[in-house]
Design a protein around this ligand. Structure first.
Ligand code: AMP
Ligand code: MG
Length: 425
């Protein structure tokens, strides 16, 4: 299907466009080493093996007293047993020198190593210190009770994480538990964002009445950052064919992913597609039957580091740019990241909280706010401000309703497909 693009009628469907993106995107093959405090959301490049047993040594799960089980055979709340105290082991202390004989116990704190002669730990809550310093115990114990056994979670050499695991906070903890300060992760894609347009000024700059501030570069950078992609540069180019050519030529050299915003429609100054093609980018598609985002352009090219680099020409309207980021770039990034694919369906069902109207022909992604009720589940209330230049509507939304391509009306209470908008995962 590569090389398909459409003009006018017969626009590619959303599903076709997504399918073309998913078959063009490839996991990045190189890896890099990162420090532990930079590994969140990254993807492991190699399997991670345990260098030692977990737990590392037998240790206590509670604050209490280490005992020999036989000593407490007949022990209960009504029938306390008194043992003499042989010593104490705290977390960070050594078990050695704290062994016990029959008739003795040892005070032991959570996380402390358990002396070899201790068979179980009785929780402090079932004990009492007597005036003479001996310990009264009011519960029996099973062998191994309240002892976390060496290697019970994981043995030396076993695989803790497969390659392709996306690192979440507990995994950061696990890597630290294994004593690793650095690890090998899949190289991040090198990403360039380009805003096109003579009307744009950067936030903080002086602005004339006929100009607007560039929001796309910032919003798209934030969208990448929200997913953990930080190798991102921002560029601005005026509506000038030569300037667009010069910038694209430069970025096509070494980027894995280029995302432009604006200049991709059918206007006099919409150079993105033409310039891409003149520089050897292979057009996969241009224009799809969706709203917002009809003019989206998608191409592929080879850069120095990546034979499967991707170019997305997003529309310039701020809502269109971000919605097409969510629809198309997010799935491409998930493949490029090298993470094992997760089996999950993107769409859910929801009940419309008010009716919708449109013309047939394009799948409309309606910005909506979701709520739940006990009776019939998820409800989707379309936000005010649905035009594609109105970021306020998208800013409030946590759902996109899929208002079917050929539909013209949906009534309040109708069940529709929706998907969750999550800028952070
Ligand atoms: P275009 O796709 O270039 O025709 O732009 C469509 C609309 O989006 C126009 O109203 C532009 O002014 C606006 N636009 C384009 N780029 C940006 C940007 N980076 N930030 C904010 N608005 C933009
Ligand atoms: Mg423009």
């Amino acid at each position: 299907m590569v090389g398909v693009f459409n003009n006018g009628d017969g626009l590619l469907s959303y599903e076709q466009a997504l399918g073309l993106i998913e078959s063009a995107a490839r996991p990045i093959k190189q890896m890099q080493t990162v420090a532990l405090d930079h590994c969140l959301k990254r993807v492991t490049a190699t399997p991670l093996k345990a260098g030692f047993d977990l737990p590392r040594f037998n240790n206590s799960a509670v604050d209490g007293y280490g005992v020999i089980v036989d000593d407490l055979k007949a022990c209960s709340a009504e029938n306390a047993v008194i043992l003499s105290l042989a010593g104490e082991v705290a977390a960070g202390g050594e078990a050695q020198g704290n062994d016990i004989a029959q008739g003795q116990c040892v005070r032991i704190l959570t996380g402390a190593p358990v002396p070899d002669t201790v068979e179980a730990i009785v929780m402090k809550e079932y004990t009492q210190v007597m005036p003479d310093g001996k310990i009264s115990l009011m519960a029996s114990a099973r062998i191994g009770e309240n002892i976390r056994m060496q290697g019970e979670e994981m043995e030396t050499g076993s695989v803790v994480l497969q390659a392709g695991t996306r690192i979440n906070p507990p995994i950061v903890g696990l890597i630290a538990t294994l004593g690793l300060s650095h690890l090998d992760v899949v190289r991040q894609p090198k990403i360039a964002i380009i805003s096109t347009g003579d009307e744009l000024k950067e936030p903080g700059e002086p602005i004339a009445d006929h100009q607007i501030f560039n929001s796309n570069s910032w919003a798209l950078q934030a969208a990448f950052n929200g997913l953990g992609f930080t190798d991102v540069t921002r560029h601005h180019v005026p509506d000038d064919r030569q300037a667009v050519t010069d910038l694209f030529k430069d970025l096509l050299q070494d980027c894995d992913l280029i995302v432009s915003a604006g200049g991709v429609s059918v206007g006099e100054y919409d150079y993105v597609k033409d310039v891409c093609e003149s520089l050897g980018v292979e057009t996969v598609f241009w224009r799809t039957a969706i709203k917002p985002g009809k003019p989206v352009y998608f191409g592929r090219f080879a850069s120095i580091n990546n034979p499967h680099s991707l170019f997305f020409g997003l529309p310039g309207n701020p809502v269109s740019a971000l919605v097409t980021f969510d629809l198309f770039i997010k799935p491409a990034l998930s493949i490029m990241s090298g993470a094992q694919p997760r089996a999950r369906s993107r769409t859910l069902k929801a009940r419309l909280a008010r009716s919708l109207k449109k013309k047939a022909g394009r799948l409309d992604f309606v910005r909506a706010i979701g709520s739940r009720d006990d009776e019939d589940g998820l409800h989707a209330m379309p936000t005010s401000g649905q035009d594609s230049h109105m970021l306020t509507g998208l800013a409030k939304a946590d759902l996109l309703i899929h208002f079917a391509r050929e539909a013209e009306f949906a009534a309040e209470g109708d069940v529709v497909d929706v998907h969750g908008l999550d800028w952070f995962a």
